[in-house]
Design a protein around this ligand. Structure first.
Ligand SMILES: [Mn+2]
Length: 241
């Protein structure tokens, strides 16, 4: 059996091209390659506000990947926007919320990457730092702004977590392209990875359903083998259901 893996899409607005203001549905190709490499069938999930369609999108899936991108609108965790907030897209937040809701109802595995992890945390009642500089503690650079495949910071994987079983390592180096961080983690999650500044770099469900959120970008590393185990575990889980 092959697993149908949905990848949440974003909207790219044409700024300097032929049709200024024109909107395009997109996901980065690396998500697709990462799923294909492990034998999954990638399906791009375009943003819609029609909840019946969203339920039908999820009905076709065995697993859901929430992709990276926009900042999550802070209104969703009851904060006003601060100066260093990046670009938000409320239609995307609302779409992702409905995807999560339907995926939980169907009990399919969810893997949240970067923004995908952040929106999972917010959906379940957690909060974010709108920028790393708003964190009270000294914070390392999480926005490396160059080479997507270069692994720039270390993470420490917590014991007795799914992530530990997946990697069978206590620490790893990963890439980092986020300027927001998890602040308060939703109560149904536990931390599975910290960076050396004690930022939350990953979390997972305490409960039965497979929900894993990570801040780094494993899909950008698909050409090498270091993240194969992560996508393999996610896709194996969809096939065992
Ligand atoms: Mn990071």
């Amino acid at each position: 059996m092959s697993a149908n893996i949905g990848i949440s899409a974003s909207i790219l607005t044409d700024r300097d091209g032929m049709f200024p203001g024109y909107k395009r549905c997109y996901v980065n190709q690396d998500y697709i390659e990462a799923v294909v490499k492990q034998g999954g069938i990638p399906l791009v999930l375009p943003i819609t506000d029609d909840s019946d369609i969203i339920e039908k999108q999820i009905d076709m899936l065995d697993g859901l990947i929430l992709s990276g991108g926009h900042d999550v609108s802070p209104a969703l965790y009851h904060e006003d926007p601060l100066e260093k907030l990046g670009e938000t897209l409320i239609e995307r937040d609302q779409f992702d919320f409905q995807l999560i809701k339907a995926a939980i109802k169907k009990n399919i595995p969810i893997l949240g990457i970067c923004r995908g992890a952040q929106i999972l945390n917010v959906y379940f009642g957690g909060t974010l730092y709108q920028d790393t500089s708003y964190r009270e503690l000294n914070t390392i650079r999480h926005w490396q702004s160059y080479n997507p495949t270069e692994k720039t910071h270390q993470i420490t994987i917590q014991s007795d977590t799914r992530l530990e079983k997946i990697f069978n390592e206590t620490s790893l180096y990963v890439n980092s392209f986020h300027h927001q961080l998890i602040h308060e983690l939703a109560s149904n999650f536990k931390v599975n990875a910290y960076t050396n500044d004690r930022s939350i770099e990953g979390f997972e469900s305490k409960g039965h359903q497979y929900i894993v959120g990570i801040q780094w970008h494993p899909e950008m590393l698909w050409r090498e083998s270091s993240m194969d185990v992560l996508f393999k575990d996610f896709i194996n889980q969809t096939e065992s259901m």
